[in-house]
Design a protein around this ligand. Structure first.
Ligand SMILES: [Zn+2]
Length: 865
């Protein structure tokens, strides 16, 4: 839709809802959507949607911003011209219904009558699950060209937000790769790189942390502007199981999801799967594998914003190349379905096998979308009223249930982490109060400036689900049998992961004089915890290392060749960074940071002072791409560390040895690092071009060995530790290596860790921290030094743990001297998904440590060293 309509055209749109046929996708692309071996790339998709925008009064394209690599991130708004003519009114109604506190009882009926159901359909967030990005063009074409009664009903009652992909960079990458190898033996393989530049598949694990630019932009418009009542996220899965999954979901469910939503999921699921059956689709599974426990997916965030979230998973083809699946090759086990060849209640009509084409997926997704839109249109008043009631119930629950509020002190060990937590809560629509005066809660005094999240607010359930300690319900396959593995992690309590202090208040906090900070009335500055800079001018300063922003600041100063001395003390409070720099340069570098700076006084060197140098960092990247590698880059970029990527070939050539101080091996299986794609001897892995196969090999591994022997620092995260412990015979045993799942299991939980604050790697850390553990490691160290260990009591803080005795008192992080260098073994995920702020410093310090130079003891330390 053109942005400014001529007057005559406005009259036209007000009275007539008849559409002229639009150019079909086929007429523009030169092939039919879903044709074998044909894919439109991101430019072609955008061009087609722009054509509709120009020609149809039923479409308006919205650009939300730019993707990580700078491509337009868009969605199409699709509704009737009548609805477009009063879009502001519709948005206003949405905002009112989203916050029942703003709705006067007399106006509710009018809002429900005048409002429209807002539905978001999101396609191909996972870029190799590419059918939906193509399907989106056909769906938009049908909705803009159809004059049938059903299409009219949908357009009149629904405002559809259609996102052809929430990861444009990945669509481009995947289509380019597919076209490059079309007609070769490698046709249909997935690219050997992450399809989101940082997160790969984990781009759908970011919906509460909001690290990625795409997640931030979409979250802000969904939960502050459009407030969809229904969100449908369209995915694909493996090719050998059921043809299509649609909810209801499998057990287990998050207790913070309102029953209205769980029932609404069943309502839509019943409707859609009945339509699919009636239209002759087979192999449709419900109540299988996918659950509603975990919080961070695109379709799970809606549950905590009073919306219905849905997911479909279609059986894949090889990108656009068809596959043949014979009936006896069908497997498809998984929670709730033992095989996909036999009839059962949640799988009433098995698929008979045969050829499976891209078009089969498009047909399933189109039918499901139309069916869902029909239900959204037909029960418009129900969706709107329930949306309003959900907000109302959340507010009521916040008044009655415990806790009543969360309190976040403004004075924190790590101010940068607290700033980030407040910021991301605000972005997802949370209302935060800031006390103007001192107040008392649960008998404790809190000073002015303290942050309070009163839970009597519409998005209460989101706050509780992020702040409470998760207790994953025990669900076993049979009594005494192994735990059923959760779909994703079991514990994620945000303030714990981030090392932010907070309190739950069981009392209503009365007489709280406070400012409300919320996304609708954004504060002038989002910098809640500002940098404190000394008043008097000087050229020598002390920076407290407690705030993570100190690392950003020091990295900025090191880049400008300023002198920074790292001084450590037995009492951690005296740990500090001494800087010599120009006052104005320092204040400029500290802009937008949360860090504590003071003027320097003389400091005695007890032998623990080191001069910091810019570390030369290498990060290993396998052609079997892992999200952990991407997140490592993300976190280093966020905190302004520079690094280089080392691929298999770089390590095999080995010239790097003199060029790096530290090399990081992110979490990855040892055999995959060594052997690469040939590690699993099957067809899947053989079909890659030679340059993407082979791993680091013995040659690369020997080069890494020499690098450490000659003084380099090696960081190994989680499963990558195994490679070095085993093959280099390190004086370390991983006590969890080879332990059966029935004896020990902790699939994504938060543990307490005890920190040796005297070690340089623990610089700036508190004595206790939170570790993210995903069936990771626990070490017995014969020679070397433990920096973080698991406590002697049960370490579980949030999530699930069985078999805790196996790790009590064991080492979680150890420095092992090796030749003239060292290996630093992380038995947990220190930078997991960019969420674990509590342990980022352990990585950053390891990198600084790798390059720092010791200063002779006895000599008074000044910043001039
Ligand atoms: Zn997916």
């Amino acid at each position: 839709m053109r942005k400014i309509l001529p007057f005559a055209s406005i009259l036209f749109t007000l009275f007539i809802n008849f559409a002229f046929a639009q150019p079909s996708p086929e007429s523009q692309l030169g092939f039919a959507i879903g044709a074998d071996r044909k894919l439109a790339d991101w430019n072609e998709i955008i061009r087609y949607f722009n054509t509709l925008d120009k020609n149809s009064e039923r479409v308006q394209m919205v650009e939300l911003g730019k993707s990580t690599e700078g491509r337009p991130l868009v969605f199409a708004v699709i509704t009737s011209p009548k609805n477009f003519a009063r879009l502001d009114d519709l948005l206003n109604i949405q905002r009112k219904l989203a916050d029942p506190r703003q709705v006067h009882a007399d106006s509710l009926a009018s809002y429900l009558r005048r409002g429209r159901t807002v539905v978001m359909i999101n396609c191909s967030i996972h870029s190799t699950e590419i059918a939906a990005s193509q399907m989106a063009m056909e769906l938009a074409y049908k909705l803009t060209s159809g004059n049938d009664a059903l299409t009219q009903e949908i357009l009149d009652n629904v405002v559809l937000l259609l996102s052809p992909s929430s990861n444009p960079d990945g669509i481009q990458l995947v289509v380019d790769w597919y076209k490059k190898y079309l007609g070769t033996p490698h046709e249909g393989s997935s690219p050997p790189w992450l399809y989101h530049p940082y997160a790969g598949h984990d781009n759908n694990r970011d919906w509460f942390m909001l690290n990625l630019v795409e997640t931030k932009l979409i979250t802000a418009v969904l939960y502050q502007k459009w407030f969809p009542q229904i969100l449908y996220d369209v995915h694909q899965m493996g090719d050998k199981g059921p043809r299509f999954f649609f909810p209801p979901f499998y057990e287990v469910s998050n207790p913070n999801i309102d029953p209205i939503l769980l029932r609404s999921i069943m309502q839509i699921g019943g409707h859609v799967t009945t339509d699919l059956a009636a239209q002759g689709f087979t192999g449709i599974a419900t109540e299988w594998t996918f659950d509603t426990w975990w919080h961070g997916g695109m379709r799970s965030a809606p549950y905590f914003h009073n919306s219905v979230g849905l997911l479909s998973e279609a059986a894949s083809v090889k990108l656009a190349t068809p596959v043949e699946i014979k009936f006896d090759e069908i497997t498809g086990a998984g929670r709730g379905l033992s095989n996909a060849r036999d009839f059962q209640t949640n799988f009433p009509e098995p698929w008979k096998g045969g050829w499976w084409h891209l078009r089969n997926i498009v047909d399933l997704e189109l039918t499901a979308s139309y069916s869902l839109l029909t239900l959204a249109a037909r029960y418009r008043d129900q969706w709107l009223h329930n949306f309003y009631r959900l907000g109302q119930r959340a507010v009521e629950k916040g008044k009655k249930d415990l806790p009543r509020a969360y309190i976040i002190p403004s004075s924190q060990h790590d101010a940068a982490a607290a700033q980030k937590l407040l910021d991301l809560m605000l972005l997802q629509g949370t209302e935060i109060l800031r006390a103007k005066k001192d107040f008392i809660a649960d008998g404790a005094n809190y000073p002015a400036g303290t942050f309070v999240i009163d839970l009597a607010q519409p998005y209460r359930n989101n706050v509780v689900a992020l702040f409470e300690k998760q207790k994953y319900p025990e669900k076993r396959r049979y009594p005494g049998g192994p735990l059923e593995q959760p779909y994703d992690v079991t514990g994620w309590t945000l303030p714990l992961q981030m090392g932010v202090e907070y309190f739950s208040s069981v009392q209503e906090i009365k007489d709280l004089v406070a400012d409300t900070i919320n996304a609708f009335k954004p504060p002038a500055t989002r910098q809640f915890i500002a940098t404190s800079v000394p008043r008097e001018k000087s050229d020598q300063f002390i920076i407290s290392p407690n705030s993570l922003d100190a690392y950003k600041l020091v990295n900025r100063l090191l880049k400008k060749n300023q002198s920074v001395v790292w001084n450590r003390d037995k009492s951690p409070e005296k740990n500090l960074l001494l800087v010599q720099t120009d006052f104005d340069a320092l204040t400029k570098a500290a802009q937008n940071l949360s860090v504590n700076i003071a003027t320097a006084t003389a400091v005695n060197n007890n032998g623990n002072a080191m001069k910091l140098k810019r570390p030369r960092i290498g990060i290993y990247r396998s052609y079997v791409a892992t999200a952990d590698e991407g997140w490592t880059r993300f976190v280093l970029d966020e905190f302004e560390f520079e690094y280089k990527t080392l691929e298999d070939g770089d390590l095999r050539r080995g010239e790097f040895i003199t060029q790096f101080d530290a090399i990081i091996f992110p979490d990855q299986r040892d055999s995959t690092i060594l052997l690469g794609r040939r590690s699993r001897d099957d067809d899947e892995d053989r079909k890659y071009p030679a340059e993407f196969t082979g791993g680091i090999g013995n040659l690369g591994f020997n080069h890494v060995h020499r690098f450490v022997e000659q003084g380099g620092t090696l960081l190994a995260f989680d499963s990558a530790t195994r490679l070095f412990i085993r093959h280099w015979a390190l004086p370390v045993v991983n006590e969890l290596d080879g332990v059966k799942a029935t004896e020990f299991s902790a699939p994504g939980s938060l543990f307490r860790g005890i920190v040796d604050t005297n070690h340089p790697i623990a610089f700036g850390m508190p004595r206790e921290t939170t570790l993210f553990f995903s069936n990771s490691g626990a070490f017995s160290v014969r020679e070397g030094r433990t920096i973080v260990k698991y406590p002697l009591q049960n370490p579980l803080l949030s999530g699930w743990l069985q078999g805790e005795a196996k790790l009590q008192g064991k080492s979680a992080l150890a420095e092992i001297p090796f030749g003239r260098g060292r290996v630093i073994l992380f038995g947990f995920r220190p930078q997991h998904r960019g969420q674990t702020y509590a342990t980022f410093k352990l990585v950053f310090n390891s990198l600084w440590y790798a390059a720092a130079e010791t200063i002779n003891p006895g000599k008074a330390v000044t910043a001039e060293e």
